[in-house]
Design a protein around this ligand. Sequence first.
Ligand code: SAM
Length: 294
Amino acid sequence: MIQPQVMSRDWHALREPLDDRARAIELAWEFARMVPSRPHILDLGAGLGANVRHLLPRLGRMIQDWTLMDTDAAILGGVAERMQRWAHELGWGMSRTTADGTVGELVLFGDDMRSRLTLVQQDMSTDLHDLGIQRHDGVAGNAFFDRISAEWLDHFVIELTASGLPPVLATCVQDGRMLWRPEDPDDGMVLELAAAAARRDFGFGPPLGDQAATALVAKLEAAGYRLDGARSDWRLSGVRSRQAHLDLVDLLASQAEAHDPAMSDHIAAWRERRRDAVTRAELTVGHADILARR
Ligand SMILES: C[S@@+](CC[C@H](N)C(=O)[O-])C[C@H]1O[C@@H](n2cnc3c(N)ncnc32)[C@H](O)[C@@H]1O
């Protein structure tokens, strides 16, 4: 799995266009059909707000409310600047009601739209019962659900059930498939070490990781949801994806090396070969999108 030790703003910025291209548009539209005319959506592990930027235009509602929940104050602190740039690109305005920018409220407005984004800094691993799902019409999470534990998922499903089973859109859930064409003899070694390094606890308990999508489907179905799914794999090839591909090679090499420093020469040689071949190779990173509805 790809799991940086520190979720930097650069990493968030890197993955946003990859996720945007990979995500299953039909599930987003289906989610949109399930929420009311003035929806209030909870975005779990919101990061810099990429999920809001993806979904807000696709919900097609003039007035929307969003709660962006994340534990990382530094990342949340970057949401306003990123949203401001996005709003500008779309010809919208933005106002904010906080001084420090880490928690508070942003309002995006245009001729025919107005959306309020409330930023909430919260460690969801400890405050699960305070997610406030019942105050929302839908729950979304992009690149979030592969870090939760089986125990946290059980609690989450209890909360959803108590809230009347609102629709849940879990997107870009890593499923562990990672494959280069053509292969390098050391791909497997590096991926195994990197995966071992990524199996760290995010505070939720032992992460479900590659099993998250399967576990989500099983638990949500058992709770009474109907499930739809689609693949949302990243495909990196050629010049267009060059920088993201290089960054991922570097990230995997550093994860692998952190896990087994004794292999550092081997890993460094792999990294060089992979960097040299970057525009000739195709990298697939497996993800799943899941939509759960009553
Ligand atoms: C891979 S990032 C995805 C961010 C964003 N959804 C996106 O699509 O770019 C995962 C996010 O989950 C957040 N996160 C991890 N553990 C958390 C916790 N215990 N409580 C709340 N958020 C958490 C991280 O801070 C990070 O912003």
